[in-house]
Design a protein around this ligand. Structure first.
Ligand code: TPP
Ligand code: SF4
Ligand code: MG
Length: 339
């Protein structure tokens, strides 16, 4: 009993290979996401990794709207919608509420996982302040998972702070006068949160194309406890404009080209994972064009756009203080000019 008030967490050991993954599902049929939606797969893997004693809170976005339509829902565990910018406050409030109820003896004292998810619009833009605040409260256990489909997808693919350079969105349609409307580089969400939140013991990036690794990072975050954060890159056939059968391949290419590094920061120690580890150790990356040109949102790119994108990714791996994670230079910063 007393243990529950000292921040005890569930001890979720890693799945040792795909054959050891549990078969129970807590996100089942009954959703209406697009064919090939990786974010739906992320929800399924996330809650499978967490197990049945879990509460999920979901900010507005595709994973709210398409998953809870007209009294149907795929969620088997308790689930609650929260406002678009509120994943952080929902996570913290729920964790604090559970703790108070257990302390007063109003419910059985046991470690219950609290996971709040948000999209990139809800997390990297609108709810960034609330996520940051939650990551300062080490006395409450919660995981915030940002599923990043790189746009405000639910309202028809508007540009977010997480949309990649040059992408065609409904807010940045390429035209004959101006080819590139969106010319800002994507926010470095995981790196920013890891570097700036000393009370947060675990931040990681994941990609559902590497499903076991992804689930094990969720299990690790929940086991470590306190406030934790995971950033997931999710191919979105509708917003990225590609054949749904390519979702898995695009998830792999995002990592193999070095565009989306897979890593974790645990108690201040950075560990690259899988192909990102090999890249950090010097293995050549695939050219970014292999990833970009499979997607209609980059169909207007000309050679100089591809070269600029490649140069920026090269910079991440060759020049950053911690490759792919922390982008600082002591001196002599290179200048990569945009076309
Ligand atoms: C405060 C507020 N502003 C705008 C909206 C309208 N809205 C609903 S879903 C959504 C898109 C959210 O984008 P993101 O968080 O990236 O999730 P996605 O739809 O991509 O899954 C918007 C703008 C809202 N629900 N609340
Ligand atoms: S628009 Fe994208 S994120 Fe939304 S349900 Fe469709 S594939 Fe999934
Ligand atoms: Mg989004």
């Amino acid at each position: 009993m007393a243990e529950a008030f000292t921040n005890a967490t569930q001890l979720l050991s890693p799945f040792k290979g795909v054959k050891k993954v549990t078969i129970e599902e807590y996100f089942t049929s009954g959703h209406r996401t697009c064919q090939g939606c990786e974010s739906a797969l992320v929800m399924k893997l996330m809650v499978k990794a967490a197990g049945p004693r879990t509460i999920v809170l979901g900010a507005t976005g595709c994973m709210y709207v398409a998953n809870t339509t007209y009294y149907t829902t795929p969620w088997v565990v308790p689930w609650m919608h929260t406002q678009l910018g509120s994943s952080g406050s929902a996570a913290l409030g729920t964790a604090a509420g559970l703790k108070a109820l257990m302390k007063k003896g109003r419910m059985k004292a046991e470690p219950i996982n609290v996971i709040a998810f948000c999209g990139d619009g809800g997390g990297a833009d609108m709810g960034l302040g609330a996520i940051s605040a939650t990551l300062t409260h080490r006395e409450y256990n919660s995981l915030i998972l940002m599923y990043d489909n790189e746009s405000y997808a639910n309202t028809d693919i508007q540009l977010s702070g997480s949309t990649p350079y040059g992408a065609n969105t409904t807010f940045s349609p390429p035209g004959s006068v101006k080819r590139l409307i969106h010319t800002r580089w994507k926010k470095n969400m995981a790196g920013m949160l890891a570097a700036g939140h000393p009370e947060c013991r675990y931040v990681a990036t994941v990609d559902a194309s590497y499903a076991v690794e992804m689930m094990n990072k969720v299990r690790k975050a929940l086991t470590i406890g306190g406030p934790t954060f995971i950033h997931s890159l999710d191919p979105c056939p509708k917003g990225w404009d590609y054949d749904p059968m390519l979702s898995h391949e695009l998830g792999e290419l995002a990592v193999e080209t070095g565009i989306f590094p897979l890593y974790e920061v645990e108690d201040g120690v950075v560990r690259h994972y899988g192909k990102s580890k090999a890249i950090a150790e010097g293995r050549p990356r695939k050219p970014v064009r292999e990833y970009l040109l499979k997607q209609g949102r980059f169909a207007h790119f000309i050679e100089e756009d591809l070269e600029y994108f490649q140069a920026k990714v090269d910079e991440m791996w060759n020049k950053w203080e911690i490759p792919g994670v922390i982008p600082f230079w002591k001196e002599g910063r290179p200048v990569t000019a945009a076309p």
